[in-house]
Design a protein around this ligand. Structure first.
Ligand code: NAD
Length: 277
């Protein structure tokens, strides 16, 4: 037996088509949205994220404005200007910053109504309270992939490995909001395998290559791998795919699972924001 593949590429294609139509409608209504991206250019990961967002935006006909500036105070001024500009429907801060604290402060200069990657503490607070909020795109991508493949979430035991503000915590909040029973594991979890083996739905977001091995997964579980780890010969996830795939009922590949859906989630939140205004 082998697991059902939870493909993200096909979903990204479907989302792209839907968003392109909606952007076209906004353009005819003379409200074409702009996506702004702020970065200090210090980290390759942030530069790559900005580039993938630009590419995805272009693919649905959305104009981008990338402001790359090492001086964070200048970026804070830019954020204030972008907040005031009606056509700018979304502002994304490309993390991490050279000075992580400066990156976090910059996010707080973004108007919450334009926080289309759910990075602002107010967005995080709303999400944690179970209220409508912009959500970090990777977390939304997890839900979108599960929904597209009709994976049941309500009532299941979900185990999330990782508690970061960008992936683990928001995924846990979204699963909780959908009535899963949620366990969150992290570096200090005493026996990770014992926890993960109880999962009906296992979400890996630890940033540790091949952390989740075959003997850590319950037969018939659904496994979602958020990991994007550079390795010799390409990208590997947080899940040892070849070991887990024969055991799981369903699994996301890396690459081609959560990754391609993530930029589409930023754009979906951007289009929704533009449609509201
Ligand atoms: P992070 O380093 O901020 O957080 C990692 C979390 O995993 C921490 O909470 C830590 O406690 C936990 N952890 C680390 N080692 C562990 C271990 N051995 N056992 C249990 N828990 C452990 O990472 P992040 O930013 O949340 O990213 C996680 C992964 O997701 C990375 O591979 C990253 O590249 C990827 N990612 C993917 C996307 C995407 O678009 N698909 C977006 C962002 C991040």
């Amino acid at each position: 037996v082998s697991a059902r593949l939870l493909d993200g590429r096909a979903l990204a294609t479907t989302l792209r088509a839907d968003l392109t139509t909606r952007v076209g409608r906004l353009e005819r209504g003379a409200h074409p949205p702009i996506l702004a991206i702020l970065t200090d250019g210090a980290h390759a990961a942030a530069t790559l994220y900005a580039a993938s967002l630009e590419r995805a935006a272009r693919s649905i006909g959305v104009e981008t404005r990338v402001i790359r500036e090492a001086d964070v105070v200048a970026l804070e001024r830019a954020a204030a200007e972008l907040n005031a500009e009606a056509r700018v429907a979304g502002i994304v801060v490309g993390q991490p910053f050279g000075d992580p604290a400066a990156g976090r402060r910059l996010v707080e200069h973004v108007d919450v109504s334009k926080d289309v990657d759910g990075a602002h503490p107010e967005s995080a607070g709303r999400l944690a309270r179970g209220e409508p909020a912009f959500v970090p795109a990777t977390a939304l991508a997890v839900i979108a992939v599960l929904e597209a493949h009709l994976v049941r979430v309500a009532g299941v035991r979900a185990v999330v490995v990782g508690r970061s503000a960008v992936v683990g915590r928001p995924v846990a909040s979204l699963l909780l909001a959908r009535d899963a029973t949620v366990v969150i594991c992290h570096r200090a979890t005493r026996n990770l395998a014992e926890e993960t083996r109880r999962a009906d739905l296992l979400v890996a977001a630890a940033g540790v290559p091949l952390l989740v091995r075959g003997d850590m997964v319950r037969p018939g579980a659904t496994v979602v791998d958020c990991g994007i780890n550079a390795a010799e010969g390409g990208i590997v996830g947080d899940v040892a795919f070849s070991e887990v795939e024969p055991i799981a009922a369903a699994i996301t590949p890396v690459p081609g699972g959560i990754g391609p859906v993530t930029p589409m989630m930023v754009l979906r939140q951007l289009v929704e924001a533009a449609e509201r205004s």
